[in-house]
Design a protein around this ligand. Structure first.
Ligand code: SAM
Ligand code: DTB
Ligand code: SF4
Length: 346
């Protein structure tokens, strides 16, 4: 991606605090400059190694430190991953995201991880992994295996980080993100709302992401799914308007990134999800489970897409920087031609 604006915390917060209608109009305007607003990228998650994680992330069902009732399992078989990925592809997902509850991958697991990447890529899907911290050598090996994306969230602001996780630092997270970037793998990094943070923390998190040497290609914004047995089980819910503001601010600050409306959609109304898409979210996780928790059923999502006139993005489809030469969708081209805002946007 090309060089871009460096954001200060103050100007980002001023954006976040704009009158809601102004913020959403600006976000939708930016969105249309870079993407077809009626297309949404669909990723599917699979937990390839569940539970028993040594980290203490206070939101997570998979930390060995809390009794969430989840039983830990070993790294699953490559064949199972490939057959699950094939099913996800046939149901319309274009990216397959494999997650392991690790602090970082161990050498003994690398061959199996590499085989998973190769097998899923051979299905024609984009591959993503989230395996915890990576050193430079591990990142390079995943790149050689063909990994397209690596997910590693900064989760919250630097100031709030140690209230949420103590077993690693914010700087550790940034170091892994740099190793991923240096290897040539695309970066997926975002966070969670609902960890007891304030709006300034939400904005500061976005400032960190937007000011990385290159903004992440994917920015997942999760709504906390409260997990019984974890320290955050009774965390107060996020104001939905503040959630939408966060999506809109992310869209404006990272105009070319895919902003993913991630965990927590089962707790959102269709109207709230529609507002998130209007604010610039253009990616979701599909399928009835995330890693360990529920996600809306696929038929429910397809019904919502139909009601909103949304359609799935194809693998590798991206319109950044080219607002007009999009999919050739006739309805969309006609809407563009009739849209008085378009000449301004060009
Ligand atoms: N262990 C790896 C790591 O932490 O990087 C990968 C898996 S971890 C489950 C991936 C991300 O899922 C976390 O960074 C967090 O943002 C999100 N997540 C985990 N539990 C969640 C929850 N209960 N609600 C919302 N998001 C959650
Ligand atoms: C991300 O930001 N959200 C996904 C993915 N990256 C790995 C994970 C969400 C997990 C939700 C809780 C669960 O299923 O355990
Ligand atoms: Fe482990 Fe990731 Fe869960 Fe933290 S978020 S406890 S690192 S699986």
């Amino acid at each position: 991606m090309t060089s871009r604006k460096v954001w200060s915390a103050e100007e980002a917060k001023a954006l976040f605090d704009l009158p809601f209608m102004d913020l959403l109009f600006q976000a939708q305007t930016v969105h249309r400059r870079h993407f077809d607003p009626n297309r949404v990228q669909m990723s599917r998650l699979l937990s390839i190694k569940t539970g028993g994680c040594p980290e203490d992330c206070t939101y997570c069902s998979q930390s060995a430190r809390y009794d969430s009732g989840l039983s830990a399992s070993k790294l699953i078989e490559v064949e199972r991953v490939i057959s699950e990925a094939r099913r996800a592809r046939d149901a319309g997902a274009t990216r397959y995201c494999m997650g392991a509850a690790w602090r970082s991958p161990k050498e003994r697991d690398m061959a199996q991880i590499v085989a998973m990447i190769e097998g899923v890529k051979a299905l024609g899907m984009e591959t993503c992994m989230t395996l915890g911290m990576l050193d430079g050598d591990q990142a390079k090996r995943l790149k050689v295996a063909g990994l397209d994306y690596y997910n590693h969230n900064i989760d919250t602001s630097e100031a709030h980080y140690s209230n949420v996780i103590t077993t690693r630092t914010f700087a550790d997270r940034l170091e892994t993100l740099q190793n991923v970037r240096d290897s040539g793998i695309k970066v997926c990094s975002g966070g969670i709302l609902g960890l007891g943070e304030g709006n300034q923390d939400r904005v500061d998190m976005l400032v960190t992401l937007a000011n990385l040497p290159e903004a992440p290609e994917s920015v997942p914004i999760n709504m906390l799914i409260p997990v019984a047995g974890t320290p955050l089980e009774d965390a107060p819910p996020v104001d939905p308007i503040d959630f939408v503001r966060t999506i809109a601010t992310a869209r404006i600050m990272m105009p070319q990134s895919h902003v993913r409306l991630s965990a927590g959609r089962t707790g959102m109304s269709d109207e709230m999800q529609a507002m998130c898409f209007f604010a610039g979210a253009n990616s979701i996780f599909v399928g009835d489970t995330l890693l360990t928790k529920d996600n809306p059923a696929e038929d429910q999502d397809m019904l919502l897409f139909t009601r909103l006139g949304l359609s799935p993005m194809q693998a590798h489809e991206h319109f950044a920087g080219d607002p007009v030469a999009d999919t050739g969708d006739a309805r969309r081209q006609a809407a563009r031609a009739a849209d008085p805002a378009i000449p301004v946007l060009r």
